[in-house]
Ligand binder design. Structure first.
Ligand code: SF4
Ligand code: SF4
Length: 380
């Protein structure tokens, strides 16, 4: 069975919308709970928490535990690489940020269409291979949101890769855009270890529509809604790590329990998850996982991830609750220096950043139509 990993992408923060205001005290408690439960795999990246994610890992793990007691995975930020001369300085900076002499796992961050400037112009694969030979990396791999055909091309051309980090969950399993199942099959065909990201699809699978929850509870009233998502990924073949992206201690503790109790799904239960997926798909308006890759690209400073989250929740609720998220949008719109949906200039800079291939400016038009109306209390 797979191991559980602590994905440090969405750590708790002290000030709303300030992703650099990491709640280090709480992260320390999360790390302690994770280690006490017998797990030791941490996953971070150069770009997490607006560039201070690796330092947060150092402060909460490296400065508090002996090096041999944990494993660290981080990622080369392909988003910013345009020439080879950047590689050595960035890699050196990452070792310094993390406070380590070597990385256990190191990957090219999101090899896909929107990072092609980096991987087409710069020989990234030779670089990570060289770093491995020099002893700075134990295992090399990639993370990707590309489709199965794209993944197959990479794995065919680069037999030196040892693992792949893929978005896998029961909702994306047969999704035509994400192709979780097909990507997993390709990775297995090339004998690669698979790491799983987004097992809860950015929280979607923790908060499913009522009708879907009812199906799950009728089948087994003792099992939580999220436990189904964990059971699905934890029992797939050739999965070495499942990353939980917990954003507070309570979530992490729940994830640990869900992982420890993740017994395999029966055929009936797998069929039930197909029905659940159908219900969820008919309720999801925007397939956003809140990764926030798009937010930095937006010249209008629109917090796209936050707006889509409010919009999804609003659409999922019945009419009785509509004011809740309309109000939240109104509050957001009154913050200083933020853009609202109708500020979108359709420059399209964000589109190529989105691993979920969402046509962001088009969706923002719908959001503006819903939220920026007097009916929702919007008067700007
Ligand atoms: S298309 Fe709109 S949301 Fe996207 S980056 Fe441009 S202004 Fe921002
Ligand atoms: S719109 Fe796309 S890039 Fe932006 S937060 Fe959502 S999934 Fe991530």
């Amino acid at each position: 069975m797979a191991n559980l990993g602590f994905g440090m992408m969405r750590l708790p923060i002290l000030e709303e919308d300030n992703f650099k205001s990491i709640d280090y005290e709480q992260v320390n408690r999360m790390v302690d709970a994770f280690m006490d439960a017998g797990f030791n795999y941490f996953d971070t990246a150069f770009v997490y928490h607006e560039g201070i994610g690796e330092d947060a890992f150092k402060r909460c793990v490296v400065d508090r535990y002996p090096r041999e007691s944990f494993k660290i995975a981080t990622k080369l930020p392909l988003f910013v690489i345009i020439e080879e001369s950047q590689l050595e300085p960035i890699f050196a900076e990452q070792l310094k940020n993390c406070g380590v002499d070597y990385f256990d796992y190191y990957m090219l961050h999101n090899v896909s269409g929107f990072t092609e400037t980096a991987w087409k112009n710069v020989d990234l694969y030779s670089f990570i291979q060289k770093k491995k030979e020099e002893g700075y990396i134990k295992h090399i791999g990639i993370s990707t949101h590309g489709n199965a055909e794209f993944l197959e091309e990479i794995l065919f051309e680069h037999p030196e890769l040892e693992f792949v980090l893929l978005q896998i969950n029961y909702l994306d399993w047969d999704d035509e855009g994400i192709e979780s199942r097909k990507c997993w099959e390709v990775a297995r065909k090339y004998n690669k270890q698979v790491m799983v990201m987004e097992p809860y699809k950015g929280g979607f699978l923790a908060d499913v529509p009522e009708q879907a929850e009812k199906l799950m509870k009728e089948h087994d009233s003792d099992k939580s809604v999220v436990s189904w998502a964990m059971r699905f990924v934890a029992n797939l073949d050739d999965i070495c790590v499942v990353l939980t992206g917990a954003s507070n201690l309570e979530q992490l503790e729940d994830n640990i329990q869900e992982f420890k109790n993740a017994d395999p799904l029966s055929d009936d239960e797998l069929k039930l998850l197909e029905d659940v997926s159908e219900i969820i798909n008919s309720n999801i308006t925007v397939d956003c996982t809140k990764c926030r890759y798009c937010v930095d690209a937006c010249p209008e400073e629109i917090d796209i991830a936050k707006i889509f989250d409010l919009y999804n929740k609003d659409r999922m609720l019945g009419k009785d609750d509509w004011t809740q998220f309309g109000n939240a949008y109104l509050n957001y719109s009154r913050l200083p220096d933020v853009g609202i949906a109708s500020d979108c200039s359709e420059c399209e800079s964000c589109i190529e950043e989105c691993p979920q291939q969402i046509n962001i400016p088009e969706v923002l038009k719908d959001v503006a139509k819903v939220f920026e109306t007097e009916g929702y209390g919007f008067t700007n």
